[in-house]
Design a protein around this ligand. Structure first.
Ligand code: ASP
Length: 437
């Protein structure tokens, strides 16, 4: 058994958190590859080291002093070192980072040093070798991640017995440090899990797994024990977040499950994210896995008698969207109607032209525009086998006095999308949750 374990910023925010991490790693000899974020917030209102590093670089670039911010960074790292009674001369590394920022280094280099120093400290504390991600995570010259070049270096990692590896960054061919987008240590963890052919990728955070719905709407929402990659993708797309979106792809390809666990409650079961083919009868029997949603959509509905029988009508509508550089989220249609569900952000500054083009090129009988719409995705692979999911869902909405303005179901029958007025959003999510939880 071989495991890659990744610890997030709050799991490494202080010496006490480092102690929890050590006991988790040492409890299971299979936990051989440890990927770290930079120290995060210790309490609400605290600073994340990554934010401070970005700030130092930006202050320097604008010619301002970054002394106070840098001192806070230095204090955090020496504080962790001293709190753990480690004999590691981090001061030399800290001075080096300071001089590089002083000399006008890039935001990427500055930001990456949080993970770098955190990795150095944890490696010393665990007594495991430190392996710099810059030696194997490769970025192209244009700054995008290069998976092929990275995987060609897999042996750098897979041939080591154990290692602590800083997340979030890698390097370009010329040696320049480059980072992923924020939260990107999740991606490094997934890459390492794939390179080492780990049996599981454990992602340790400060929540006990992936909740069935947003706890801001349903405070006691249950943890989902097992979710498939496809279900998670649908839910994350609609706003549910635990992991960095891109961290799914490397492990999904290699069919490695991700186990989301809580450093502050290590005995909690957490959530297992598994390849679809590994879903058991239990998951297939479950009518609904999770509910996620987002506000901020506009629905444009074109009506014309018998438009479904008119060859090329939908083609013209989609062509107009393409011409205006707008992607529609969904395009439910009927005998006489076609609706375009569009994220408001994509419509900014484009509505007038779009409306004009639709009127002139499609000549509809009517065009109706509904704004302030929220979409709710009710997701579950078990939906296919359960007969009454839609009935229960719509009954729950009716009982909660919510009017479903739009209904759409994915062709893979795993996701029922309902559009509601934004003011009904929370009530609708809560009603669906309680109908199935
Ligand atoms: N430290 C980086 C951030 O705050 C990356 C990470 O934590 O995954 O975004």
């Amino acid at each position: 058994m071989r495991k890659t374990v990744k610890f997030g910023g709050s799991s490494l925010a202080s010496a006490e958190q480092f102690q929890k991490v050590k006991s988790i790693v040492e409890r299971d000899a299979a936990r051989r590859f440890v990927v770290v974020s930079a120290p995060g917030k210790r309490f609400s209102g605290d600073d994340k080291i990554t934010d401070l590093l970005y700030r130092c670089q930006a202050l320097r670039a604008s010619g301002a002093s970054f002394d106070a911010e840098f001192q806070a960074i230095a204090d955090r790292f020496t504080g962790i070192r001293d709190g753990l009674n480690l004999d590691l001369p981090v001061e030399a590394e800290i001075d080096e980072i300071r001089s590089r920022i002083e000399a006008g280094t890039t935001p990427d280099y500055a930001a990456s040093r949080g993970e770098y120093l955190c990795g150095k400290l944890l490696a010393a504390y665990l007594g495991i070798p430190f392996l710099d991600a810059a030696t194997f995570v490769r970025f192209r010259d244009d700054g995008t991640y290069d998976d092929e070049a990275t995987m060609r270096r897999a042996a750098v990692v897979s041939q080591t017995e154990r290692a602590v590896i800083p997340g979030f960054y890698g390097s370009r061919r010329d040696g320049h440090i480059r980072t992923f987008s924020r939260g990107g240590s999740d991606i490094t963890g997934a890459i390492v899990a794939r390179m080492t052919e780990s049996d599981v990728y454990e992602n340790w955070t400060d929540v006990s797994g992936f909740l069935m719905t947003d706890p801001k709407i349903v405070p006691d929402a249950k943890v989902i024990e097992t979710v498939t990659y496809s279900e998670l993708r649908e839910l994350s797309y609609m706003g549910a977040t635990v992991l960095h979106e891109d961290s799914i792809f490397p492990v999904r390809k290699a069919r490695i499950p991700i186990h989301v666990l809580n450093t502050n409650d290590p005995d909690a079961k957490g959530t297992m994210i598994v390849p679809d083919s590994m879903a058991t009868d239990k998951e297939h029997a479950r009518p609904l896995t999770g509910i996620a949603g987002r506000r901020g959509y506009t629905v444009i509905t074109l009506t014309r008698d018998n438009l479904h029988a008119e060859p090329g009508f939908a083609y013209r509508v989609l062509g107009i969207l393409a011409k205006n550089g707008i992607a529609a989220e969904r395009t439910p249609s009927g005998i006489d109607t076609i609706s375009l569900v569009i994220d408001d952000k994509r419509l900014t500054g484009k509505m007038d032209q779009l409306y004009h083009d639709l009127m002139v090129e499609c000549v509809p009988d009517t065009v109706e525009i509904a704004s302030c719409i929220a979409l709710i995705a009710s997701v579950g692979i078990g939906m296919v086998r359960n007969k009454d999911v839609a009935a229960r869902l719509f009954q729950a909405l009716a009982d909660a006095d919510v009017n479903a303005r739009l209904i759409d179901q994915d062709s893979n029958e795993m996701n029922i999308i309902v559009g509601v007025e934004q003011r009904d959003f929370e009530r609708a999510v809560s009603a669906i949750y309680h109908a199935f939880a």
